[in-house]
Design a protein around this ligand. Structure first.
Ligand code: ADP
Ligand code: ZN
Length: 262
């Protein structure tokens, strides 16, 4: 049987977390837990939590840590996550949430935090064209729409432009990412749980890198064993690379990486 795993996927808005977490979840047969999807589900259902969360989300603000932690604690307490583990998408987003997650998992611990690195100009382009299914959260874009109209290929739901994918809310979320979530990169690096991979390129190329990173770390020993530092990408290098545009940025829907083109 494929062993489970406890994974966190980090990356700014538009890095491709949602798409890649679904793929990881299928590949390793572990539940995909997206706090954004859970919160949108609550909002749609009109629950008390959904009503509380809605304004924060529309404004591009973070939901208070205590509220999100309670929601995640309930999800992590279910049988599937207890037996298989999880791939967490959009959580933790603050150091307080990361501390809360550690407490929830104790005496077990996280296996790996994967940081998907994509330069900001590219995420801005991706977010402007992103469209999502209201019902199952499948992700499309104006360049890669559903087959028929704006009807989801997967579930037949309506594919929409998210109400928080406005330019103002996107900038607010990216600023918040830098202030609140970026510190987690150092947090997980110090814990020797971090691996950074490039999120530039088509979805298949990126998921190949993700699976290779996870398998690589599994082969080093059982998950939970500290990772050798030579196997982690230094995040400060990646940030510098982004600033100098050293990451290959290609326009257009396919966003092909150089290795795919060669
Ligand atoms: P994005 O990554 O594009 O911001 P998500 O779907 O992950 O989209 O999240 C949408 C919104 O849900 C966030 O802007 C925030 O308001 C809320 N949210 C999701 N996850 C968290 C979290 N871990 N902590 C606080 N707020 C969250
Ligand atoms: Zn759908």
């Amino acid at each position: 049987m494929i062993p489970g795993g406890r994974l966190v996927v980090l990356g700014k808005q538009g890095a491709g977390k949602g798409t890649q977490c679904v793929r990881l979840s299928h590949h390793y047969v572990i539940p995909h837990i997206s706090t954004g999807d859970m919160l949108r589900g609550e909002t749609k259902a009109g629950s008390e939590l959904g009503l509380e969360a809605r304004q924060y989300m529309t404004d591009g603000k973070l939901i208070p840590d205590g509220v999100v932690l309670k929601m995640v604690a309930q999800r992590l307490d279910q049988d599937d996550t207890r037996t298989r583990g999880f791939v967490l998408d959009g959580f933790p987003r603050t150091v307080a949430q990361a501390e809360g997650l550690d407490d929830l998992l104790d005496p077990a611990s996280l296996d790996l935090a994967i940081n998907i690195v994509v330069p900001t100009p590219l995420v801005l382009r991706r977010l402007a064209s992103r469209r999502v299914c209201e019902d199952c959260a499948a992700i499309y874009s104006t360049a890669a729409p559903p087959r028929v109209g704006w009807i989801c290929d997967v579930c037949g739901g309506e594919v929409i432009h998210r109400e928080d994918d406005t330019e103002a809310a996107i900038h607010k979320r990216l600023d918040l990412y830098e202030q609140e979530t970026q510190p987690l990169i150092a947090w997980y690096r110090i814990a020797r749980k971090l691996v950074s991979i490039s999120g530039v390129g088509g979805p298949d190329a990126v998921s190949d890198r993700l699976v290779a990173a996870v398998d690589d770390h599994r082969s080093v020993g059982a998950f939970g064993v500290p990772l050798p530092s030579s196997r982690t990408v230094d995040e400060s290098d990646a940030v510098d690379d982004e600033a100098s545009h050293a990451w290959p940025v290609t326009a257009g829907p396919s966003e092909r990486s150089p290795e795919e083109l060669s």
